[in-house]
Design a protein around this ligand. Structure first.
Ligand code: PHB
Length: 377
């Protein structure tokens, strides 16, 4: 997305990716886009398939104590969310990149960055050949395990984190979604989430232990647990069907500050991780690169580094609000480990309050659809 935004402003870039193209377009990841991401894709000419295939959701359901209550995003905020796989976004952006003939290299390794405070350079190996790239700016969009964050000089970064005592077991099934909107559920057996990827594919998650052995979860056990945790007294439950993908998602909150050293800028998971409850990961990454693209193009327009130097502060204001929201959704919706009866009853009371007070519903809705992005003028 950063390469795409820079191209539209006439700025050259080289994109290098460690994985293969097949891996990045096939690997199923997040699936919920905030309105600003949808608007950006449409406005910048990469939204045609999203407009055809994306599923617009005007609300979300919260289930607890056998009932489910709806939060109406459209009525409360005038905005919506769109279900469209992150890997589909990546596919559309690769197609757009190819159409520009600008460089995009997959299966690159031995990547290192240097000269960060004066003359940035990126070194990498592709097809056994060493390359050296001198540039004005390096964007570290290389994820939590990438090389850019560890390339900051010692003492520059402060890391803040929280690890949760649970994880998600996620599946994809060939089953028509039985609800048009997502259902987040808390029961005395733990959390479950009903989501989807298309009119024929349901995506479901169960709270499990962080070291859960996926082998201990044959399909029948997964369906039986999902049915127990998701069925509500009004007769609603997920449709079942053949499971074609299973995996465990760890849960972690993490922020590294600042997101800049010299001409190296971190964006997305390389600087911050959220637990998936609330679906903020991809949306935060897109918000970062919007601010960064803006700052880089100002640098080329005026020679001024003011916007580049404000990047970290600008992004972190909103990142911490999304961190708070993701932590809050996670804490409200998961069974504590160890289980504590007081906490469980308090969580049920909170869900009851949040889904019945207009103020409560509004606070969830405006965070879920995405807070405003501050790009300084
Ligand atoms: C998903 O569909 O993968 C999904 C939806 C909502 C979340 C997390 C994941 O909060």
């Amino acid at each position: 997305m950063l390469g795409h935004l820079l191209h539209r402003r006439g700025v050259d870039s080289v994109i290098i990716e460690n994985r293969s193209e097949e891996y990045v377009v096939e690997r199923v990841r997040a699936g919920v886009l905030e309105q600003h991401v949808v608007d950006l894709m449409i406005e910048t000419g990469v939204g045609a398939r999203l407009q055809r295939e994306g599923l617009r959701h005007d609300g979300v359901w919260l289930a607890f104590g056998g009932i489910r209550r709806r939060i109406d995003f459209a009525e409360l905020t005038g905005k919506a969310i769109t279900v469209y796989g992150q890997n589909e976004v990546v596919r559309d952006l690769i197609d757009a990149r190819r159409a520009t003939s600008r460089p995009l290299h997959f299966e690159v390794d031995h990547v290192s960055v240097g000269g960060l405070d004066s003359n940035p350079v990126v070194r990498y190996r592709k097809d056994g050949k060493e390359h050296e790239l001198t540039c004005d700016v390096i964007a570290g969009c290389d994820g939590f395990h990438g090389i850019c964050r560890p390339s900051f000089p010692p003492g520059v970064l402060t890391a803040f984190d929280r690890v949760y005592p649970f994880a998600w077991l996620g599946i994809l099934a060939h089953a028509a979604p039985s609800s048009e909107e997502l259902v987040y559920s808390l029961t005395d057996r733990g959390f479950a989430l009903f989501s989807m990827r298309s009119p024929k594919v349901t995506r479901l998650y169960l709270q499990c232990a962080p070291d859960e052995d996926i082998e201990a979860w044959p399909d029948e056990r997964i369906w039986s647990e999902l049915e127990t945790r998701l069925s509500t007294r009004d007769g609603w439950k997920p449709n079942t069907g053949p499971i074609f993908q299973k995996g465990i998602t760890p849960m972690r909150s993490f922020v590294a500050e600042p997101m800049q050293f010299g001409r190296l800028f971190l964006a997305g998971d390389s600087a911050h991780i959220v637990p998936p409850t609330g679906a903020k990961g991809l949306n935060l990454a897109v918000a970062d690169v919007r601010v960064l693209a803006d700052a880089i193009s100002r640098f080329y327009d005026s020679g001024s580094e003011t916007a580049l130097d404000a990047y970290s502060h600008t992004c972190l204001q909103r990142i911490w609000k999304a961190q708070r929201f993701s932590w809050w959704m996670t804490s409200m919706l998961h069974l504590g480990v160890p289980h504590n009866g007081f906490d469980y009853r308090r969580q049920i009371a909170e869900l009851d309050y949040i889904t019945s007070s207009r103020a409560g519903m509004t606070t969830l809705a405006e965070n879920y659809v995405g807070l405003p992005i501050d790009t300084p003028r």
